[in-house]
Write a protein that binds this ligand. Structure first.
Ligand code: FRU
Length: 468
């Protein structure tokens, strides 16, 4: 479709849909969500001279996956964001079924986007091109076209380029499916952003003693952190095991050492990034003050999507909050970006028997708690949390089936930080040792009611709305 036709459709969708979306009581007050239509992966996350840029996989024309655009936000403080001109529209033949996920780097003072041009054929087959675009002076992007074609020996599922600089070269990783239908990560090296040499498989199914490890790996992201290399990726096709791999698709990481000459990562086991219900396709960037930040999509491509109540208001899905990453003893810790404390209103400090804790408003709030003994916290009648016998349980009412569903973390709970928004919960356990994220759809008020035998120490802040 021509760029002009796409722009007309986009404008009409925004003009007719934005007020309806904004009127939804489940609309996030301080998380990023699309103005209309469906959002999925965070992409093109980078800090430039004019602040942080975060793009997103976006179908502005419907609450459905389809020919994706790149929406584009910018912020100077990671809290307040403004819309920028849409970064990419799927107007060219080589991207006609979507400008799929990718990343951003700064080169010669300009943001460059590297993304996947997705092409589907009538017979059900597909191909993929990795494409480059460069920012113009007015903030829009000029497409420079495909720079990597489909490599031999892989299906059309090759996508989601993440680019970074190491020494005198650019490096790029891609999620891929090989001809035996196994998930892989490919590694490329380039002298510039246009010319790339395939070094080989960085890792994947069958590498590093993984054995069979999924039929497709999406959204790889490789970076150094605290003296090691971390590969984040999303393997599809892992079977559930006890409390692991409970969601349809997984998002997790490996820690290892990179051989840059060979483009190979030697690494240990796979650890999930988030033990909640919705977390997928995250992307990280390095800030100028040296932090590694991550955003995730607080969603999953699965059948729960079709019944999200926000679809009645013409919008769907949101990002997680921005989180800081640290690597301690080979384990990734995630904590909410420190900038988010700017959202806090007047705080309340309480301590005493949990059953005597007053009811607090949980619609949009932050809580820190430490407790001795078992406790339970009801979030209205749409979700609850409890801790007893070394198990933290997060339970929510499934909006499709009406049934309660559960995720668990096992261990000694020292402290818990809870971030609540109109339809989301993020739990940070023991200063980020584990995280659980979930969407939920409560009524318009969310009374927080406590029960149990514990002595509780609690800090509570209402959070102020900051999203349009
Ligand atoms: C992950 C993903 C990516 C793809 C994009 C399409 O959620 O499937 O692999 O590039 O979404 O929107």
């Amino acid at each position: 479709m021509s760029e002009l036709t796409l722009l007309h459709k986009l404008a009409r969708s925004l003009m007719t849909g934005q007020l309806r979306a904004a009127a939804d009581p489940h609309r996030p007050q301080w998380h990023l969500a699309p103005p209309v239509g469906l959002l999925n992966d965070p992409v093109g996350f980078v800090e430039a001279d004019d602040g942080y840029h975060l793009c997103y996989q976006w179908n502005p024309l419907a609450c459905a996956h389809g020919a994706k655009f790149w929406g584009h936000w910018r912020s100077t403080d990671l809290v307040h964001w403004q819309h920028e001109p849409v970064a990419l529209l799927p107007s060219e033949e080589y991207e006609r079924n979507g400008c799929y996920s990718g990343s951003a780097v700064l080169h010669e003072g300009r943001i460059h986007l590297i993304y996947t041009g997705n092409v589907k054929y009538d017979d059900g087959s597909r191909t993929a091109y990795q494409c480059l675009a460069r920012q113009r002076d007015d903030g829009t992007f000029e497409k420079l076209g495909p720079v990597i074609d489909l490599p031999a020996g892989y299906t059309g599922h090759v996508r989601d380029p993440k680019v970074w600089r190491h020494g005198d070269h650019w490096y790029l990783v891609l999620g891929a499916q090989d001809a035996q239908l196994k998930g892989q990560v490919l590694c490329y090296r380039g002298d510039d952003l246009q010319h790339w040499q395939l070094l080989g498989e960085l890792t994947g199914s069958g590498h590093n003693n993984l054995g069979e490890f999924g039929y497709m790996w999406e959204c790889p992201d490789l970076f150094s952190l605290d003296g090691a290399e971390v590969l984040i990726c999303c393997p599809q096709g892992l079977s559930p095991q006890a409390d692991r791999y409970q969601n349809l698709f997984q998002s997790g990481y490996f820690v290892g050492q990179m051989d840059y000459a060979q483009g190979r990562l030697t690494h240990g086991d796979f650890t999930e990034l988030d033990l909640g219900f919705e977390f997928y396709a995250p992307q990280t960037t390095q800030t100028r003050d040296g932090r590694r930040l991550i955003y995730g999509w607080m969603g999953l491509p699965d059948d729960n999507e079709a019944s999200h109540p926000t679809r009645d208001y013409g919008w769907q899905h949101q990002m997680t909050c921005p989180r800081e990453l640290r690597l301690i003893d080979g384990h990734l810790y995630q904590t909410p970006a420190r900038e988010l404390s700017a959202l806090r209103g007047a705080g309340v400090r309480l301590s005493g028997p949990v059953a005597e804790t007053p009811v607090l408003d949980g619609r949009c709030a932050e809580l820190h708690l430490t407790a001795s003994g078992p406790w339970k916290l009801d979030l209205g009648d749409a979700a609850w949390l409890s801790y007893s016998q070394q198990t933290l349980t997060l339970c929510r009412r499934n909006w499709r089936t009406g049934e309660w569903e559960t995720r668990r973390w096992h261990g000694e709970l020292r402290d818990l930080r809870l971030l609540l928004d109109a339809s989301s919960i993020e739990l940070f356990i023991n200063e980020g040792e584990a995280v659980m994220s979930a969407r939920y759809f409560p009524g318009e008020s969310v009374p927080l009611r406590w029960s149990g035998q514990a002595e509780l120490q609690l800090e509570y802040w209402p959070l102020s709305p900051c999203m349009l």
